[in-house]
Design a protein around this ligand. Sequence first.
Ligand code: BGC
Length: 746
Amino acid sequence: MKFNKIAPVLLVLSVFIFLKQASAQDGIDRKVDSVLSKMTLAEKVGQMNQYNGDWEATGPVTKAVGDKLAEIKQGKVGAVLNIMGSAHTKMFQDAAMQSRLKIPLLFGQDVIHGYRITFPIPLAEASSWNPDAIERAERIAATEASASGINWTFAPMVDIARDPRWGRVMEGAGEDPYLGSLIAAARVHGFQGRSLGSIDAVMACAKHFAAYGAAIGGRDYNSVDMSLHSLWEVYLPPFKAAAEAGAATFMNSFNDLNGTPATGNTYLQREVLKKIWNFKGFVVSDWGSIGEMIPHGYAKDNYQAAEIAVKAGNDMDMESHSYIENLEKLVNDGKVSISLIDESIRRILRKKFEMGLFDDPYRFINPAREKSLLNLPASQTEARSMAQKSIVLLKNSNQLLPLSKDLKTVAVIGPLAKAKKEQKGFWSLDIEPNEDITSVIEALKKTAPKTQFVFQKGCNIDDQSRAGFADAVEAAKTADVVVMAMGEAPDMTGEAKSKANIHLPGVQEDLIKAVIATGKPVVVLLMAGRPMIFNWTADNANAILYTWWLGSQGGNAIADVLYGAYNPSGKLPITFPRTEGQIPIYYNHLNTGRPAANDKDVFYKSAYIDLPNSPRFAFGYGLSYTTFDYIDNEPTASSARIKDNGSLQISFTLKNTGKYAGEETIQLYIRQMVSQPLRPVKELKDFKKVFLQPGESRKVTFTVSRDMLYFYNDSLQYVTQPGDFQVMIGSASDDIRLKRAFELSN
Ligand code: BGC
């Protein structure tokens, strides 16, 4: 009844909103056309050209600032990157305002995990399995960046990564297409806020399109060789989610995909992105990637590289100089049609209009806003909460954690115990003063003032010296508990930071052995940008927290978790291998014709004879200080069935059986038992976070619906196939607590 009354109102309202948006868009299109009609070919090419600022970032500075400003005044530049802060951005926008058509510049920046305040690295944030919190984090990053003149971030990186050797694994959301897609959308919404054009919104840039994370051997920039089926099933979903969330821009990638560099890839950029997904934004190259088609061996020179890139749908050239030096000639030589150039210009100018830059080129350049919006206490609180949620408890024998504040002496040992700015990890901006960051040891002292903390470094991160071992062991002997802060250096993950050996570096594991030999209870904190290998520690330490790089609030968040102010809730978004020989290793693999039943089942099975198949820590794994029971009070209905667009409900009771209040991330996986082509042994399709007090129970209900069962078939059609399925619900991909069978029929 109620619905019947509201429905017509809702209909009129949505038609009104649709018409309003459509007419705004029409208005922008008219404005774009009007500017376009005044532009010379040289000015058009200028809009497609992006230069780096005056500091080296991921490539060399190629021109003096003075030369760049002169070119901006001549209308030869459409965007710049690595120019931050209102004074600096103003200087560049002033130059653009001296050009004939006064087309405002875009200011791009790698705002990857925070701007003034550094949030946890993206892979750490993904461990929270909390898209809402991630969206809030990006909202803060966007608010800070946009108050400093930035209007475009080169994020989110939504590359699926199944190879922890790849240094850029730290920048993404891990290995899973479903979790990765939710997080991709959350990040885009966070950056772009209510809408592009809001004063606190920056344009998002989904990167690196596509399949960059599948570089062979985990070596950065390397070739990618994969079936289109895997591309669509595993690597494209987060990009599709980012496009659907309204990402204003896309960045292509350095790798070649099956022999064609992504930058020159018409299938990816024109067919998939712009046609099938109907993407209306623009595509920027990666740094120099148009010119890199020459060393790839795909283009003879920059003239040919520019021709290939523009025809393939690459709208803006970041730092190759290929467009600015060749596009005019390519048009004049009849090799590139002016309609292609006009299409790119329309895409670029439309975004500049949507951002409100034509109304006020200085709207993001406002020293007063910059002063008032950066580093707000509420934002720091959010960063601390995000950092707490990002920590994963890997082990907690005999409930060693949380620690008591009444301990007399705690030894704090390790090369990262006093780390401050290191905690920010790779891809952080150098805006925050070092002194503003609390180290682990400082945070512990603040949290437990009655305890005496004894520090020994013990060793460096990555050399062979054991000179500090003896002192560290002595300190451990005096303590009730030892906390060891170990890990990688922050620049051991990130761009061009691939590693063949991902073991805990240097002699750190030997130091852990020496300290554990004292018999004292030992908590190991592992800080890193990637999954590391640390088998001895995993077997022998009493407790392990994988903290990744947690950003500005890292020390505080670690102390919160160590002392139980926050009960850890993180779950791994990526599989941790036992050793490099297992890589690539991921949970959602296909079955073979000879699957091993368990780690010992190796007789002519798809297995290693010298290593178990199972990972060290599985996707979705992560402990809490409390324990959860999954009580199956509704035994399997044998005839469960989904018909047409129907759905199926699965309920059970979750009970907190431990002593602490805590949050469980309940994961729902599905397997199609028989299908052509093959489907993975399990795929994450949903999850719920449930917070329970000690002893509390709650009924949890999942709905399994047909839209969870779609996949790309051999002809890349998105279909469902009738047949038998299994639903698996559990605490990790390798810790399934409930199973249900059902059938899908048409
Ligand atoms: C990276 C991009 C980044 C760009 C600009 C490149 O080297 O691959 O992810 O956005 O540099 O800094």
